[in-house]
Design a protein around this ligand. Structure first.
Ligand code: APR
Ligand code: ZN
Ligand code: ZN
Length: 361
């Protein structure tokens, strides 16, 4: 089958090849025919070493498809089920899962770096990014990593839930816990940032300021619920105008850089909340004033996978989509084939798109 392989961290292109196979579907696992997969900035971050990945690897982690085979012992899924791929499965039984932070479940983390469920060239074991690897016609996945959805939901819409939309809306609602009537600033308006903006709108924020250096993103941000949108150089004026200089109730960093984390922290009002959504490099240190941390009493927190409880939140997101409150259709700015994956990375780097979705039929 066809899949897009990263041979070495640092390569600037994926190798789309026809000789990729999967391992047999083992106990507790399922085989999924991928129907749609979004292209997320984290795929680029795996290529350039920001996010750790075992190589060679089939990249892609934001997908949806149909179950075509179930392994021994699988009870919750059957052939023909439509599913969203979850790159961070939740076991439901560990301390984190039962204490209300299932997004931090580590039960299957080792699987992602030890279970090479692809092969190319007939001989070379190949990993799947984060245990998934949706830039492929088929993947083998743990049962816990596939969340069943209603069959009438289009696969391209469903694929977005798997990463960007869950991460962004979850950041706003689960991590930020945005209150109605509040003021919000969002740094970075890609697929994840636009999802934060939608989450803020759904939560009832009165003011939503979008910040991005790409002009086209500012117009898009307003279409999805931003009440104001500026380039970074215009931020000081906007902050004065919208908050009287005191700062926003909530600030979201959706880029993944120390510089924007500091900017988000600075733009947060005393006692407000700064949420780090973007994934930065391990060695990119954020310098904050020890006195300010005390004196300003801001809440600075990260959010992993939108702090999601996937079996609660995927249905919630779909209910919001069905009711017209979560716009997923317009987030898909480009559809393409797996053969065009490297072109997709070019468009993503240039900021030309919100989300690109690869379809397989
Ligand atoms: N200030 C404001 N916006 C910026 C800056 C900056 N200094 N640098 C980059 N941006 C904007 C880009 O112009 C782009 O619109 O951030 C946006 C990032 O969007 P995408 O590249 O589409 O990335 P996305 O898939 O949304 O992911 C964002 O979240 O999940 C993580 O790993 C992911 O760190 C990444 C982040
Ligand atoms: Zn768990
Ligand atoms: Zn992602």
């Amino acid at each position: 089958m066809k899949a897009a392989v990263l041979h070495n961290v640092g390569d600037d292109k994926l190798d789309v090849r026809d000789d990729v196979t999967t391992t047999a579907v083992g106990a507790g696992k399922v085989r999924i025919r991928i129907k749609a997969t979004g292209v997320c900035h984290s795929d680029l971050s795996a290529m350039n070493g920001t996010i750790p990945v075992a190589v060679p690897a089939v990249l892609g982690h934001e997908g949806a498809g149909e179950i075509v085979e179930v392994g021994a012992g699988v009870t919750s899924l059957a052939e023909g089920d439509h599913v969203v791929v979850c790159w961070s499965p939740q076991c439901g039984a560990c301390k984190e899962c039962v204490n209300g932070q299932p997004q931090l479940c580590m039960a299957y983390m080792i699987n992602a770096f030890s279970d090479a469920h692809f092969m190319f060239d007939g001989t070379t074991p190949t990993f799947g990014m984060a245990g998934a690897g949706t830039f492929a016609e088929e993947v083998i996945l743990l049962e816990q990593g596939a969340v069943k959805i209603d069959p009438d939901i289009p696969y391209d819409i469903a694929s977005l839930l798997g990463c960007g939309v869950m991460t962004g809306v979850g950041a706003a609602i689960n991590a930020g816990k945005i209150e109605p009537g509040s003021s919000v600033v969002v740094f970075g308006c890609g697929g994840v940032g636009i999802s934060v903006i939608q989450g803020a709108r759904i939560a009832g924020a009165a003011t939503i300021l979008a910040v991005d250096m790409v002009e086209a993103k500012l117009g898009w941000a307003k279409q999805f619920g931003a009440t104001h949108a500026v380039t970074p150089d215009q931020l000081p004026d906007a902050l004065r105008e919208l908050t009287g200089g005191s700062g926003f109730d909530y600030a979201f960093e959706v880029v993944g850089r120390s510089q924007t984390i500091k900017a988000a922290y600075s733009a947060t009002r005393r006692g407000g909340t700064t949420v780090v959504v973007g994934v930065g490099r391990a060695e990119d240190m954020v310098e904050l004033s020890a006195f300010d941390l005390f004196y300003d009493e801001k809440n600075l927190r990260g959010t992993y996978y939108g702090s999601a409880n996937i079996r609660r939140d995927f249905p919630r997101l779909l209910a919001l989509w069905r009711s017209g409150q979560l716009d997923l259709e317009r987030m898909i700015t480009r559809r393409l084939a797996l053969d065009d994956i490297n072109d997709a990375f070019g468009a993503l780097s240039a900021g030309d798109v919100i989300r690109q979705v690869i379809t397989f039929d």
